[in-house]
Design a binder for this molecule. Sequence first.
Ligand code: NAP
Length: 536
Amino acid sequence: MITGKNYIGNKLSAKGDKTFQSLNPALNSSNEWIFTEATSEEVDEAVQLAWDAFEIYRTVSSEKKADFLTTIASEIEALGDSLLEVYCQESGLPRGRAEGERGRTLFQLRSFANLIQEGSWVDAAIDTAIPERTPLPKLDIRKMSIPIGPIVVFGSSNFPFAYSTAGGDTASALASGCPVIVKSHSMHAGTGEMVASAIIKAVQKCGMPNGVFSNLTGGGRTVGAQLVSHPFVKGVGFTGSIQGGRALYDIAAQREEPIPVFAEMGSINPVVILPGALQNDLDKWSTAYAESISGGTGQFCTKPGLILGIKGDLLSQYTEDLGAKLVALAQGCMLHSSIHSNFNHGKELISSQSGVSVVAAYEQDVKPNYAQQRLTTVEGKTFLANHTLHTEVFGPFALVVQCENEQELVAVIKALEGQLTGTIISDSSELANYTNVISALQNRVGRIVFNGVPTGVEVCPSIVHGGPYPASSDSRFTAVGIHAIKRWVRPFSYQNWPQELLPLELKDENPLGIIRLVNNISTAKAIESTTKELNI
Ligand code: NAP
């Protein structure tokens, strides 16, 4: 059941008088549920509870935290079809996508449970004492990662499950030992409340402290801004627009105690298509890219929005073919009317720039909130001279840039802002001639793809989902995969600390059997003789 209330820890609460409804974009009508925005008092209460819960939660064993994460997954599964129905009603996304995204969310929760159960993720490093060292004895020093404190997670509009209430940010933060306060996305507040109810059930079943999780609703920016400003909040996870991510980053930086904001924002995901690939596989790559540009109605952060090639008959033929295939695909519903109007504004903005031609556009009438695909093209020198052409258009739209030669292609890549992905489509025999292109692309992106499409992010330890700004606010971290946990921890050293007071991860006998760096050697073995007293 959806109540429209906030979860302040385990308690449902609706003290405010500001209400809103989510939209069913496919029907273009409001959903039945009425949500009450969290008041300033409720925000404060949730953060205070999270702060108190942190004192307990950070000492909970990995075994118990892992059980908590897997129980969350089971409770989400137990919500069954009713959760999928609300997801579809609030997002306009099809049932198959809802099922797939739920599967990914459960997989993420279970992957983080496995990670913390195994334990080596804490990056333990131990340097044992050498009391006899001269001129000064060497001290016993031991380091591991520890959680930073309550984290605020902003649910994303385009992944109502996998990057929202119990998504990758929440799962990684809870796994690390940090309480989480979710600022639910107002476009899918009902989906968010249902998932939050599953998390709260897991909190109670697993005996976790009240306040380890809260879910707050609000659509007027004030809830989010207050959360990020709160002195007891120690980190932020965000997926959304550059404007939103940057505004929250700036709030965090201006606090008396600045805190890290891990924001995953815009990306146009450049794709370089080289002549050999066009010569041999033009049809294959136009089909693949029409599907990748329009998949999920173009609302993936990895959607290829920019295709770069070297001017000539083959590129012209490819562009025509791609445009025809793109507009021939079915028109999809967008997530929300505001995202739909942003899409229309964005594609008109690019199309109206001097030197830009429309290659193909779906012009027939569509239902409200459905997207009409469009492909445009421009010359390399025009692209270089006009920064507006570098703007992300969220939806089934792309721009083909026709470069004069390899030098201009490299110049275009170097002029781009940071990106999540970059792709090279090439006949492998020609690759050696384009090392400058590959090198320039590598410097702008977090993940480089060869002969494939950037959409479809595999959740695995080797994935990097992040990149130089503005793809993400800190390119040293990934938002997807188990290493996303590193965003919520800090390294901590124990110097000369008594064995009995050390955490299990750092004790001589290595009771967890984890891999540790002991005196510069990576090993899971126990340390036999480090209990020597230091005589200093
Ligand atoms: P958004 O506007 O960035 O909002 C995301 C979340 O951040 C919402 O919870 C919003 O709160 C909050 N927020 C935004 N600006 C804020 C501010 N100044 N202060 C406090 N909180 C703030 O993203 P969206 O609603 O998902 O979509 C809007 C546009 O973002 C899309 O049209 C698209 O262009 C882009 N987008 C890009 C990606 C991507 O992966 N590249 C993903 C999603 C969206 P409120 O609900 O209170 O406003």
